[in-house]
Design a protein around this ligand. Structure first.
Ligand SMILES: *Cc1c(COP(=O)(O)O)cnc(C)c1O
Length: 407
């Protein structure tokens, strides 16, 4: 092996990491990572099998416990996030389940924002409540509220920034300091920004959460998830639990997402530019009450977002239609979605295709009305995950749909 440090991922830029890190050819010397589809691994001897199962010797044993294609994905994503290690999971939600099951026990306390992804609010706030974990939901943007919520039992601060769907931004470095002072860990869901825009670990976060289903795959093909963290957290907290609980990523899905990572940089830049163009155009439409997008100067944390997200707003925006009542707002939002021709009604995001959804009845439909009100998600709100289409085509599509709603 060469000792040339220019060949080490730690010295590479993210674009280089994305296409070169963690490609380990087999004896065939393939130029792209191989897809190893196998459930088990033949062991050279009973002694070696025993040593591998005991953890005394490196080597693959059974696919729930490890797979070379999945390991490539973990190593490449960790390098892109600037983390020591990563562990891959079957979905983004199973990454959050793994995180919480590993780190929390009965009596522990969690702080998170009340404007997070709906399933995350349900999982932490309701499912974990069954096991005696309490959660305080605070304002996403008010760091003082996060600090005031700390109790001696606080073990975890869980932040998502920008949030789904309103793109609220929180100050990762400020939350990291609060977590540190509380002796708790800070986990950041980096699904919307991706490591191309924002690297939470460099800002002091302990754990980065990913839904690989979104931008990392980026072409709407598979589900995947991951946690990026220190080697110690991965080895001592996450690995033992996933080994018993089995929310493992399939090698095929890992292989698809590895391919997605290669183009993440150019996709995130192009989608940020397209989203900004669409957000600016939507802001000028008379039927639109308000546009939520970190790249707009009108966004309440625009300066923080630009500083924290490499001057990019990301690929997702939301906008609220002008409506006289919640019922009218819902009817108008539904009519708009039904009239879109190019943009598809779909709750996925980070895809190359532009996808639109009505958060109040889909991704955030299981929240109670007060929870939705607190999160600021009205019936007139439409979320758009902006793809790679030409912005003139997107504007034309939204223009004709807005006309249909008005008419
Ligand atoms: C979609 C999403 C998740 C969950 O990921 P899945 O892969 O769908 O399980 C978590 N966080 C955010 C912000 C998301 O948008």
């Amino acid at each position: 092996m060469s000792s040339d440090t220019s060949k080490r991922p730690s010295n590479w830029h993210p674009e280089t990491i994305a296409v070169h890190a963690a490609v380990e050819p087999s004896q065939y010397g393939e130029n792209s990572e191989a897809l190893y589809l196998t459930s088990g691994y033949e062991q050279p001897s009973a002694e070696v099998a025993a040593a591998r199962f005991a953890g005394d010797e490196a080597g693959y044993t059974y696919a729930r416990l490890g797979n070379p294609t999945v390991a490539s994905f973990e190593q490449r994503l960790a390098a892109m996030e600037g983390a020591e290690a990563a562990i891959a999971t079957s979905t983004g939600m199973s990454a959050i389940l793994l995180l919480c099951m590993s780190l929390l026990r009965s009596g522990d306390h969690v702080i998170c924002s009340h404007s997070m992804f709906g399933s995350t609010i349900k999982l932490i706030g309701s499912e974990f409540a069954k096991f005696g974990v309490t959660t305080t939901f605070v304002s996403q943007t008010d760091a003082a509220a996060w600090r005031a919520a700390v109790t001696p039992q606080t073990k975890l601060l869980f932040a998502e920034t920008p949030t789904n769907p309103l793109t609220d931004v929180c100050d990762i470095a400020a939350l990291a300091q609060i977590a540190k002072d509380a002796g708790a860990v800070l986990a950041v869901d980096n699904c919307f920004a991706s490591p191309i825009l924002q690297k939470p670990i460099a800002l002091g976060a302990d754990i980065v959460v990913h839904s690989g289903t979104k931008s990392l795959d980026g072409q709407g093909r598979v589900m995947a998830g991951a946690l990026c963290a220190s080697q110690a957290l991965v080895d001592d907290a996450f690995s033992p639990l996933i080994r018993s609980a089995g929310m493992t990523l399939s090698p095929f899905n890992a292989w698809v997402v590895l391919k997605g990572l290669e183009t993440l940089g150019i996709r995130m830049r192009a989608q940020s530019a397209n989203a900004l163009a669409l957000a600016e155009w939507l802001s000028m439409q008379p039927a639109v009450n308000r546009v939520f997008y970190p790249g707009l100067q009108s966004h309440s944390q625009h300066a923080l977002a630009m500083r924290q997200q490499s001057n990019m707003g990301g690929g997702v925006l939301s906008f609220e239609l002008k409506a006289t009542s919640p019922e009218a707002g819902r009817a108008q939002a539904f009519a708009l979605l039904n009239h879109l021709e190019l943009a598809k009604i779909c709750t996925n995001l980070g895809d190359t295709k532009t996808l639109a959804s009505h958060p109040a009845s889909t991704s955030h439909g299981r929240l109670t009305e007060p929870q939705r009100a607190q999160a600021g998600i009205s019936q007139a709100l439409v979320r758009v995950s902006v793809g790679l289409e030409h912005t003139d085509d997107l504007k034309a599509d939204f223009a004709q749909a807005l006309r249909a709603v008005a008419g």
